[in-house]
Design a protein around this ligand. Structure first.
Ligand code: ASP
Length: 324
């Protein structure tokens, strides 16, 4: 047989084998990379999702916390991971803001991933440490103005949702706060409870329990509507910050080149998860909501990511914030 035909035969055999492997997926545990510290909002969402995915994939789903650089270390890690479906990424709105915030990114959010689907939308809450004097949002604004340069604000790094919320807040009240960055809002929350930081804006998946336990002060929610599980807390918009809205959307991604049958299997598992009553109830208790099933697919995620990249680029450019 000519060498060329032999080569073609072996390529065909390999492709067929990859197809067979892909049909069997998964035959071992699947790792979901979380771009922030353990115990924080993304981690909490991922761990609840992991339980739901385990149910339909019939394999264990485990979490790998790769925190740092506002999530971009994790995004890059998954962009470069083996494209076999065993390493996937949960990423939030930061996936869309990073291209405008970082001058050099070692990955391309639109070229280096396969999309699985959107996962959940999570509102945020604006918090202060328990000992902070203001008892409501109006008093907080006056207090910030009267104490210019004295208050600090915790976030989870450039591109984190807490960073974004802080940016919008500072630009609307036209006052700077000193920013302290953490590897996630879990360690930031520890310092807020401990009184080492004054203010933070964080997702309800991390703040609901603290608000209910009274370990922090809450000044408002960042969604357009009130959050059903925290309905006594007014929105920032209804307290005077017109058009203030941050809702943290999340997507599930795989490295570029992950075989189609594997992606399809992951999409089916994600769609089962967003319909799973236990997952839904768990998220509702934490002020969050899985997306409707129509958004839990690759096309919906890709379209939303592109729209969000376009939306945030001019806002971030105007704010003049970036990292080299
Ligand atoms: N979601 C991040 C975390 O899990 C925090 C953030 O985006 O602000 O810590």
């Amino acid at each position: 047989m000519p060498v060329k035909s032999l080569r073609l035969l072996s390529v065909l055999a390999l492709t067929a084998a990859a197809g067979v492997f892909a049909q069997d997926f998964p035959t071992k545990q699947v790792v979901v990379v979380v771009p922030f510290a353990a115990g924080g909002p993304t981690d909490t969402l991922a761990r609840n999702l992991g339980v739901a995915l385990t149910g339909s994939l019939k394999q264990q789903v485990i979490i790998d916390n790769t925190a740092g650089a506002g999530g971009t270390i994790a995004y890059n890690k998954v962009a470069k991971a083996k494209p076999d479906g065993y390493t996937i990424l949960i990423a939030h709105i930061g996936m869309a803001t990073a291209p405008a915030l970082y001058r050099k990114l070692p990955y391309d959010p639109l070229a280096d991933f396969e999309y699985i689907g959107q996962v959940a939308d999570v509102p945020m809450t604006f918090l202060g440490k328990k000992g902070l004097p203001p008892n409501n949002f109006k008093e907080l604004l006056a207090y910030i103005k009267a104490n210019k340069g004295k208050l600090n604000y915790a976030n989870a790094g450039l591109g984190a949702a807490s960073h974004l919320c802080g940016l919008l807040f500072m630009s609307q009240i036209e006052t700077e706060l000193t920013t302290i960055s953490y590897k996630g809002t879990a360690p930031a929350m520890t310092d807020l409870i401990g009184g080492q930081v004054d203010l933070m804006c964080d997702q309800t998946t991390n703040t609901t329990q603290q608000i209910k336990a009274g370990t922090v002060k809450v000044y408002g929610v960042t969604s357009r509507q009130r959050v059903p599980s925290l309905k006594e807390i007014p929105t920032l918009a209804e307290q005077g910050l017109k058009n203030f809205e941050v809702v943290v959307w999340h997507g599930l991604y795989a490295p570029k080149g992950t075989p189609k049958p594997v992606i399809n299997r992951l999409v089916a598992a994600l769609q089962a998860a967003v319909k799973d009553p236990t997952f839904k109830t768990r998220l509702a208790d934490l002020g969050a909501e899985p997306v409707p099933v129509a958004k839990a697919n690759p096309e919906a995620l890709r379209t939303h990511l592109q729209a969000e990249i376009n939306k945030w680029a001019p806002i971030i450019k105007k704010a003049g914030v970036y990292a080299d």
